[in-house]
Design a protein around this ligand. Structure first.
Ligand SMILES: *Cc1c(COP(=O)(O)O)cnc(C)c1O
Length: 377
């Protein structure tokens, strides 16, 4: 049927925003796990996966966990953030960045984006910190859609004001700012290996930090806070957050192709940019100077055309797309939360779309999608 519309779909298969893309070695490593019978909970692949992340990002210490959300939660716990504390966060993000603030009964304070990066505005951050009555304990900053926030400036501001920095690099593994990986600027960084991230272990996360003691402590909390006695003595409560050896085996296979995946994501973005270059009303998500984003999802805004129209049209040819994240400060869950905003993220949310960016896509797929997008205008 869809061929009749003039669009040649490869086998009419759905094109997803960001489908899992295995390297081919994952099954082999899973088999090795089975041979060793270290099915769970730990085993050599957990160490190997952590080592591969450390080698790649230059983080000194890494801890493999069940999810990126768990990693953020442990970071807050280690920093002793609790009831009544204020925690700053990017408002333009996915809820996974901020749920852990609620787990610890702390109060999120949402800071808006700037137009240059679509990420948290260092100007607003600094202004808030100069004006606020109550000093926040930490900032959780997101590198949106794999594009670097203005992280050097933001790290300096946090240092100056004595605010801990947690980098939510869930979407930005492989993104580099001035030669340094996102996730390694702050006190803690986190990566996610959820189903549609640039790499996936089907579900998983990583906590990194240059502070060895903190990562040791996080490991302790992630394995039920067992004191070192054979009978399991407990002085504190913990969590069951450690990654299994099987999932880590997938992660090791995935890490072998991280640079290929970043290159392909960036190529897909460039194809979109090329095919849509004659559309004046489209603005592609920017990239700050001296940075290399991973272009996890190609994101764009439409000045005149309703993005819903584009989304529905793409559905008719079985292509997935999604509005930009709805800012946290306009989520019903956070009606009472403090915010420091100037309308930037709300404006982007009203006009923006993430388009299919799976690394198995071809240039023809992107051309077909762009033709359809242009047809909506
Ligand atoms: C995916 C994501 C998370 C959560 O990671 P999980 O591994 O799914 O828990 C957090 N923050 C951002 C920005 C994300 O995109």
């Amino acid at each position: 049927m869809q061929r009749d519309r003039g669009y040649k779909m490869s086998q009419n298969k759905r094109i997803f925003l960001s489908a899992p893309h295995m390297s081919g070695n994952e099954l082999k490593y899973i088999e090795k796990v089975f041979e060793s019978n270290y099915i769970a909970p730990l085993g050599e692949y957990v160490n190997k996966f952590e080592d591969s992340i450390k080698n790649y990002t230059n983080a000194s210490n890494a801890l493999a966990l069940t999810s990126g959300t768990a990693a953020i939660h442990l970071a807050l716990r280690i920093l002793k953030i609790g009831e009544g504390d204020d925690v700053l966060a990017s408002t333009f993000t996915f809820i996974g960045s901020v749920n852990a603030i609620l787990y610890e009964k702390a109060n999120p304070v949402f800071i808006d984006s700037d137009k240059e990066s679509w990420n948290l505005s260092p100007k607003l951050l600094n202004k808030y910190l100069l004006e606020c009555d109550k000093k926040p304990k930490a900032l959780i900053i997101t590198h949106l859609y794999g594009q670097c926030a203005d992280i050097e400036k933001i790290a300096d501001i946090c240092k100056y004001h004595g605010v801990y920095l947690i980098e939510d690099a869930a979407e930005s593994l492989g993104a580099i700012f001035n030669g340094k990986h996102t996730g390694t600027f702050g006190d803690f960084g986190i990566y996610s290996f959820n189903g549609n991230k640039i790499l996936t272990t089907s579900g998983g996360g990583m906590l990194v930090s240059n502070n060895k003691d903190w990562i040791e402590k996080a490991k302790f909390y992630s394995t039920q806070a067992k004191e070192p006695f054979i009978h399991y003595e407990h002085l504190e409560y913990g969590y069951n957050y450690r990654m299994s050896n099987i999932l880590a085996a997938i992660g090791v296979g995935q890490m072998e192709v991280i640079e290929d995946r970043v290159a392909k994501k960036r190529e897909i973005f460039d194809w979109y940019k090329e095919y849509l270059s004659d559309c004046d009303e489209i603005t592609m998500m920017p990239e700050l100077p001296n940075t290399r984003g991973n272009r996890w999802l190609t994101a764009m805004t439409f000045e005149k055309t309703d993005y819903n129209k584009v989304m529905l049209a793409l559905e008719t040819i079985n292509v997935e797309s999604r509005p930009l994240w709805k800012p946290m400060h306009i989520q019903p869950l956070f009606v009472d939360a403090k915010k420091y905003v100037d309308g930037t993220s709300e404006d982007l949310f009203g006009k923006g779309l993430c388009v299919a960016s799976s690394t198995t896509m071809t240039k023809e797929d992107v051309k077909m999608i762009c033709d359809l997008i242009k047809g909506c205008m």
